[in-house]
Design a protein around this ligand. Structure first.
Ligand code: SF4
Length: 371
C-alpha cells in the first residue's frame, strides 16, 4: 500500500488498455465495497465498467439504496452531489474528474434564483402562490432552496408527475434551469404556451412586466442544454423525406419545435425502452446525446433496427466526456491504496433541505394514481 496519494500525472499518458487493467484489478480487490454508477451518456470505455447504469432518476434511487462504502459516480457533478446527500456520512462519493460539470446546471445559481424570488414577491405572494421546481440538473443549494420553500425536484422521467403535483398545490411554478423541459412538460399537461413566460435572469424582473408575471402559470428559467439545443425541426424534415416510415423520438431537453415533430418524447430510459420494444426492422431518428445513440445503434442492429442520430454535427456531452479511463483508473487505484481523491461532499444544512425536496420527489414519483 502506498503512503501517499497517487498523482494523476502518472495516469495521464497511460494507454486505455493499461487503464482497463487497473480498473479491472481494483474492482476485483474492492468487490462490494465499491459501487460504480454509470450514466447513459458516458463513453463506452468507461460505461463498460459500471455496476449499475441508468438515467439521473434511476442512479439517484440506486445511490439511496446502496450500502457500498465507496460510490464512484461516472456522471457529472450534480449527480455526485445527489449521491452524497442520499447516502450516510460513512459512505464516500467520488467523481473521477472533478471538472465534469453540466453547462445547463451552471445557468442557474442560488443568488440569481433568490433574486428572482424577491422580484416575484414584489408582484405577488411568491411563498403562497409559486412552487419552485428544479430539474435534478442543478446545484445542491438550489435543491435546498426548493426544499426550504416547499418545492421539489424533477428528472426528465418524472417531470409530468412533478409539475402536475406542483400546480395542484400552488397557482404557479418557477421551473429552473431548463426552459425546454419545463415548456415541453407543461404543454403535455395541456397548459397553453401563452400561459408560460421565460424568466430572463439577466434582466430586472426576469424581463417581464407585472401583468406578464400575473398571467403566467409556468415561469421558465432561461436555461438550456448545449447538447440538446443542437437538434432542429429541419433535421427531422430532411430525414423523413429520405425515410418516410421512420419514427422520431426526442428527449424533452430538445426545443419545443423538435418535440412537436417527434412521435415520442421521453427521458433516456424511455428512449431506450421504446426502441427496445419496437418491431424488428424499425428505423428511429433520435434527439439525444451521441454516446447513448451510438450505443443503441450497436445494441439493436442485430434486430435490423436502425437507430440514427438527429444532428448532422457531432453533439456529445463534453463534460460527461471528461471522465475517461485514465481518471477512472486513477481514482480506483487510489482507493485500492486506501486513498480518496475527488470526494464530493455537500454541507449538512444544504443536505438537510435538499433531501426534503428529494424525498418529496420520490414520494410523488412513486405515489399511486387515484382511481
Ligand atoms: S447532456 Fe446537457 S444537461 Fe446533460 S449533463 Fe450534459 S450539458 Fe448537462
Amino acid at each position: 500500500m502506498s503512503e501517499t496519494t497517487i498523482r494523476f500525472d502518472s495516469f495521464f499518458h497511460k494507454s486505455d488498455e493499461d487503464c482497463f487493467d487497473t480498473i479491472r484489478k481494483a474492482k476485483e480487490i474492492l468487490k462490494d465495497e465499491c459501487l460504480l454508477l454509470g450514466h447513459y451518456y458516458q463513453r463506452n470505455e468507461v460505461f463498460q465498467f459500471a455496476d449499475i447504469t441508468g438515467d439521473s432518476l434511476k442512479l439517484s434511487e440506486q445511490a439511496a439504496k446502496t450500502k457500498a462504502k465507496y460510490i464512484v459516480f461516472c456522471g457529472v457533478h450534480f449527480m455526485a452531489e445527489v449521491a452524497d446527500m442520499l447516502t450516510s456520512d460513512e459512505q464516500i462519493v467520488i467523481l473521477p474528474d472533478s471538472k465534469a460539470g453540466c453547462s445547463m446546471a451552471d445557468m442557474a445559481n442560488r443568488p440569481a434564483v433568490e433574486k428572482a424570488w424577491e422580484s416575484l414577491n414584489s408582484v405577488l405572494d411568491a411563498d403562497a402562490k409559486v412552487m419552485p421546481i428544479t430539474y435534478i440538473n442543478s446545484a445542491a443549494n438550489l435543491k435546498a432552496f426548493c426544499g426550504e420553500k416547499g418545492g421539489t425536484i424533477c428528472t426528465s422521467s418524472n417531470a409530468e408527475k412533478i409539475l402536475s403535483w406542483a400546480l395542484s398545490q400552488r397557482q404557479k411554478v418557477l421551473f429552473f434551469p431548463d426552459q425546454h423541459l419545463g415548456r415541453n412538460t407543461a404543454h403535455a399537461l395541456g397548459i397553453p404556451l401563452d400561459k408560460m413566460a421565460v424568466w430572463n435572469f439577466r434582466k430586472p424582473n426576469g424581463g417581464l412586466t407585472s401583468e406578464q408575471i400575473e398571467k403566467a402559470q409556468v415561469l421558465l428559467w432561461d436555461g438550456w442544454c448545449s447538447v440538446h439545443q443542437r437538434f432542429a425541426p429541419e433535421h427531422i424534415d430532411d430525414y423523413l423525406a429520405q425515410y418516410p416510415d421512420a419514427k422520431v423520438i426526442a428527449h424533452p431537453e430538445a426545443c419545443f419545435e423538435v418535440c412537436q415533430k417527434a412521435d415520442v418524447i421521453g427521458s433516456t430510459s424511455k428512449i431506450l425502452n421504446t426502441i427496445e420494444a419496437s418491431a424488428p426492422g424499425s428505423r428511429w431518428l433520435v434527439a439525444t446525446e451521441l454516446n447513448l445513440v451510438n450505443r443503441l445503434h450497436e445494441q439493436f442492429k442485430h434486430e435490423n433496427k436502425v437507430v440514427d442520430f438527429m444532428a448532422p454535427t457531432v453533439s456529445m456531452c463534453s463534460t460527461m466526456f471528461r471522465t475517461d479511463p485514465q481518471h477512472l483508473a486513477w481514482v480506483m487505484d487510489n482507493l485500492v491504496n486506501g486513498k480518496i481523491v475527488n470526494q464530493i461532499t455537500v454541507d449538512k444544512k444544504t443536505t438537510e433541505y435538499a433531501n426534503q425536496a428529494l424525498q418529496r420527489m420520490f414520494e410523488i414519483t412513486h405515489a399511486k394514481a387515484k382511481v
